[in-house]
Design a protein around this ligand. Structure first.
Ligand SMILES: *[C@@H]1O[C@H](CO)[C@@H](O)[C@H](O)[C@H]1NC(C)=O
Ligand SMILES: *[C@@H]1O[C@H](CO)[C@@H](O)[C@H](O)[C@H]1NC(C)=O
Ligand SMILES: *[C@@H]1O[C@H](CO)[C@@H](O)[C@H](O)[C@H]1NC(C)=O
Ligand SMILES: *[C@@H]1O[C@H](CO)[C@@H](O)[C@H](O)[C@H]1NC(C)=O
Length: 208
């Protein structure tokens, strides 16, 4: 059974690789994906005083729009769709010893399995925001990755991986304050909410 499973995994990997190049029969070029919406981006950095919290964090909420074509099209109608999904993401690190950069933080999808049966998994990575002010909580880029897959009742499997990056910085789209003790809290400006992120398709099987 072990070698059988391995063959299946390898076959689906090869399937992903060929379809990601867009040469699969029955696929056509779709419009660019609809933008994602970030409705929460909050951060906290601790004071470093003895006895107080030593953990810094970034918390985000992101949503993808619904009804993204998944399977082959018939007469212009998608035979299967990936539904909308929303996730809460948290990056946490020891402020005095670590940086959040280059790590992948798994998000919690609010309804991981949608009504159409599509499964959505989100993750978050933080990068340095560039410029003069180096602050992992006040000036950073956030890269979100959405993996969705769908297995139809007929047993067909469709899969998409989308990635999108946006810049977040105090003064641009975040504001907040620092306390006398040295703690700082930043959050999304009301007038910037929601922040849009244009995702790009990086892996696809089905309608691409
Ligand atoms: C596509 O969907 C529309 C609206 O649901 C329906 O009227 C039409 O018959 C469908 N076309 C095909 C070819 O399935
Ligand atoms: C996601 O975050 C919202 C707002 O912060 C909260 O109300 C909700 O319970 C969270 N859901 C999950 C599944 O973590
Ligand atoms: C769909 O994704 C979920 C979560 O990542 C995974 O458990 C499941 O095996 C995947 N299904 C297929 C058919 O790839
Ligand atoms: C961060 O975002 C800014 C603005 O969108 C962009 O110019 C820069 O290339 C990004 N940096 C990284 C490492 O993604």
């Amino acid at each position: 059974m072990r070698s059988f499973k391995f063959t299946v995994a390898l076959t689906s990997l090869l399937g992903l690789a060929s379809s990601s190049q867009g040469h699969q029969p029955g696929t056509r070029d779709l419009e660019p994906p609809q933008p994602w919406k970030v409705t929460k981006m909050s951060s906290f950095s601790p004071s470093g005083r003895p006895g107080s919290s030593t953990t810094a964090w970034i918390q985000a909420t992101i949503s993808s729009p619904g009804s993204v074509p998944a399977g082959p099209q018939e007469g212009g109608n998608a035979t299967a769709t990936f539904d909308a999904s929303t996730a809460n993401c948290t990056a946490e690190w020891e402020f005095a010893e670590e940086q959040p950069f280059g790590r992948t933080y798994d998000c919690v999808t609010v309804s991981p399995v949608s009504s159409s049966g599509s499964v959505s998994t989100w993750s978050l990575e933080i990068q340095e925001g560039g410029g003069d002010w180096v602050s992992p909580t006040g000036n950073f880029n956030a890269t979100f990755t959405l993996k969705t897959n769908l297995t139809t009742p007929d047993g067909d499997s469709y899969y998409k991986v989308l990635v999108g990056t946006q810049h977040f910085a105090v003064g641009d789209n975040m504001r907040g304050s620092c306390g006398g003790s040295g703690v700082c809290s930043w959050y999304l400006m009301e007038e910037s909410n929601p922040v849009l992120i244009q995702p790009t398709l990086v892996v696809c099987e089905g309608t691409c």
